[in-house]
Design a protein around this ligand. Structure first.
Ligand code: AMP
Length: 331
């Protein structure tokens, strides 16, 4: 039968045949384009439409690579490291690793499924070093016998995650977060004094949201010196703008943020919230390991607030830091 006869019926209409797997030589290097690939190809030609592989030398362990229609690929189960499917838009590339026997067996089964069974999908492939199972959609084990998929080993996945996280950070200098040096005048404040101070300063309520093992909340500072006397550049800014004392939220927020704790601060507009995070933010940016790129990101819910914060930032200068406002396209 000629190629033409294979592809067209007696009326000249094209025959809708399943597409044969297209062979590509294994990658160059070990076995690349060599005898194995040729023997696969020759085997297919010699055996015609059945897609069987005949006189084939499977001695080389180079991976076998070929393409099948994307629609013919189901899912791969079992030791998937032996068969890999690289899915493209229209075609999937099937790469078979493993011993020559496994490669041979898997390839034969795939050919059988695609070539012998017409429209049947290559639905499931299970491969182990010694055994290969390839099932059709219609014959998938799920429709006859349950497929026993190996249980997911979450413990090892978690362990690997931690391992790779650690590898990711290992070359970076350690992250330092605590830049607070508590003044004796602050440390010596009694719990009653602190309680009274909070009561008379907007009735501040402070809590640690950590449920297990609550941390002790640093005492509030009552002067700028108590907060920033070790940071002269910050003190210069405060003297320049002429503020007389910290606002309540600043008094309580500065020791917490300088300590490196996360803080959610809720206070009315005009109570000095911006400076409450801006000044400790300058210190964190300066004291951390220097790297290129932005060091602080302030997110705001409105453009108006972003502009206000930008204006506030513009009043202070510290170590040459610059600020800019970035709008949202949908804004
Ligand atoms: P806010 O919008 O809550 O950040 O408040 C900002 C306004 O409070 C700005 O006009 C600041 O200049 C002013 N401000 C910030 N800190 C103080 C302070 N310690 N004393 C007086 N005014 C301050």
């Amino acid at each position: 039968m000629s190629d033409w006869e294979e592809e067209y019926d007696a009326d000249g209409a094209q025959v809708d045949k399943p597409r044969k797997a297209e062979w590509r030589p294994p990658p160059s290097g070990e076995g690349g384009g060599g005898p194995q690939w040729r023997s696969w190809r020759d085997g297919r030609r010699a055996d015609g439409a059945r897609g069987r592989v005949g006189r084939t030398d499977f001695s080389s362990p180079a991976p076998v690579v070929f393409s099948v229609e994307r629609a013919a690929i189901g899912r791969v189960i079992g030791k998937v490291n032996l068969i890999k499917i690289n899915s493209g838009n229209y075609e999937g590339e099937v790469v078979i690793f493993g011993s020559s026997d496994v490669q041979k067996k898997a390839k034969e089964m795939i050919d059988d499924l695609i070539l012998d069974n017409g429209s049947c999908d290559l639905f499931e492939i299970g491969v182990s070093p010694s055994d290969v199972v390839v099932c059709l959609n219609s014959l998938a084990p799920s429709s006859t016998a349950p497929v026993s998929l190996p249980p997911i080993d979450w413990a090892s996945i978690r362990q690997n995650r931690e391992k790779y996280e650690a590898l990711k950070w290992q070359d970076l200098p350690p992250l330092k977060k605590d830049f607070y040096i508590e003044e004796p005048s602050v440390a010596s404040r009694s719990a009653e004094e602190v309680k009274a101070w909070r009561k008379t300063n907007n009735n501040i309520f402070v809590d640690d949201l950590k449920e297990d093992g609550k941390r002790s909340i640093p005492n509030p500072v009552c002067t700028f010196v108590e907060a920033f006397q070790h940071y002269p550049g910050i003190m210069e800014n405060i003297e320049r703008v002429g503020f007389s004392k910290p606002t309540p939220i600043q008094s309580q927020a500065w020791p917490i943020i300088l300590n490196g704790f996360d803080l959610i601060g809720i206070a009315q507009t005009g109570t000095g919230k911006t400076l409450a995070y801006l000044l400790p933010g300058f210190i964190h940016m300066d004291q951390q390991h220097k790297r290129k790129g932005p060091g602080m990101l302030v997110l705001t819910p409105t453009r108006e607030l972003a502009l206000q914060i930008e204006a506030e930032c513009g009043k202070y200068s510290y170590k040459g830091f610059k600020s800019t406002e970035i709008g949202n396209l949908g804004d």
